[in-house]
Design a protein. Structure first.
Length: 413
């Protein structure tokens, strides 16, 4: 059986800390979607680790870490990350069905983003074009690195097929020679870790091993259920954990949603509770809200109970982990969105089109200090009231509360 950790907002919720905290109790940790556009920050004994592709269990020697078939991989980015961790033999594996992000994918990504009237705000890492080729059945699986002669022919053919893009966007794509040089530079370094990870996970399940699945981004960026078109290019919800790993829905046991005690978003798109004033800047600075991958300042605002409830339902969350409660310390007033207004219409659910929604807030009295507290009973009464009310508003039990970046700054309920 497998448990799942999934983001409930627009990403950057703090999934890395929770996966790192839980991973010590699991035999396998699996990343199932996204690419190096994602970033998980983990702090252990004051040392910060920024992971983009490597599963968050890599900091535990006993964990076997898998990049599943649903991930798209830039070979150079993966190898640079692998170099941080010695002794990956027999504890790090890459699905032979995962797709490669080619250098031209990043060039196309930048060109498309620049051409859009309403830019999405992607990281321009080539994620979307790589997934696009996958869906068009013209992508490159990482297992094809084992058949270099066939791969060479396929690269040459594909470059001919997409040559028109150069005129379309006024760009120059890498040559066949440049692409093959890139592939050959990293193939030998990555080949030893490529295997059939679906069969590996099936064998692990049959042997009653404990499996933890971790997603990237957040549910509100899901290609189907997020704020389309301002979304990522993969399925970020629980269903993506199955398609991106090879496990079936019956094998998912516990689904843990991750949400901040407030809300952030990177990139463009609807964000009803965004605060453009002093509170937004307070959250950004105190919460160190700058992208792990890009360093971009995150848009910040109040907790949106409707969108969290929506995402918990989409994912079938058994419980919710509430992150960064301590960032709210010192605020006199804290707000939670409990409804939307569009013109004269009151909306009490998440509509498909979230544009031009005005939040309806419920206010709470602030508190002085939750930072570093590790026992629920020791929290200020106002913080406890806030947490208990969020449970009711989201219809989901809060089982973990984070009060700081360290592993130990955590309350388990």
């Amino acid at each position: 059986m497998a448990d799942l950790v999934v983001g409930i907002q627009w990403g950057d919720e703090g999934k890395g800390k929770i996966v790192d905290m839980l991973a010590k109790n699991y035999d396998y940790v699996v990343r199932y979607q996204g690419g190096h556009n994602a970033g998980h920050t983990i702090v252990v004994n004051g040392k910060k680790y920024a992971l983009h592709l490597m599963p968050s269990g890599v900091l535990y020697e006993k964990c076997k870490n898998i990049i599943g078939n649903g991930v798209v991989i830039a070979l150079d980015a993966l190898y640079d990350e692998m170099k941080q961790f010695p002794n990956l033999d027999n504890r790090f594996f890459i699905s032979d069905k995962a797709h490669i992000i080619m250098p031209y994918h990043q060039i196309i990504d930048r060109a498309r983003e620049k051409s859009l009237k309403d830019a999405i705000g992607t990281t321009c890492k080539g994620i979307g074009p790589s997934y696009g080729d996958k869906i068009a059945r013209s992508g490159f699986r990482i297992g094809e690195l084992k058949e270099m002669k066939i791969l060479e022919e396929k690269v040459r053919f594909h470059l001919d097929q997409i040559a028109y893009i150069q005129d379309l966007y006024a760009i120059k794509l890498p040559s066949y020679e440049e692409i093959m040089k890139y592939i050959q530079e990293y193939a030998s370094k990555i080949l030893p870790f490529i295997t059939d990870t679906t069969q590996m996970l099936w064998d692990a399940g049959d042997a009653k091993k404990k499996i933890l699945l971790e997603g990237a981004q957040g549910s509100m960026l899901d290609i189907d259920h997020g704020t389309y078109p301002f979304v990522t290019s993969s399925t970020t919800t629980a269903s993506g954990a199955c398609s991106g790993s090879g496990l079936n829905p019956k094998e998912l046991q516990k689904i843990i949603g991750i949400s901040k005690a407030y809300c952030t978003r990177v990139g463009n798109g609807p964000f009803p509770t965004e605060d453009f004033g002093k509170v937004g800047e307070f959250l950004r600075q105190k919460g160190c809200e700058f992208g792990t991958t890009t360093g971009r300042p995150r848009r910040c605002g109040w907790f949106d109970a409707l969108s969290v409830k929506y995402a918990c339902r989409i994912n079938g969350c058994d419980s919710l982990s509430l992150m960064k409660l301590d960032v709210l310390d010192g605020l006199d007033e804290i707000k939670v969105c409990v409804g939307y207004r569009r013109g004269n219409e009151i909306i009490e659910y998440v509509p498909s089109n979230m544009k031009d929604l005005e939040p309806i807030y419920k206010s709470y009295k602030g508190w002085n200090k939750t930072a570093g507290i590790r026992n629920f009973d020791e929290l200020p009464k106002e913080a406890k009231d806030y947490i208990l009310d969020l449970q009711k508003l989201t219809d989901t039990k809060i089982s973990i509360i984070s009060t700081g970046p360290e592993r130990e700054d955590t309350i388990i309920l």
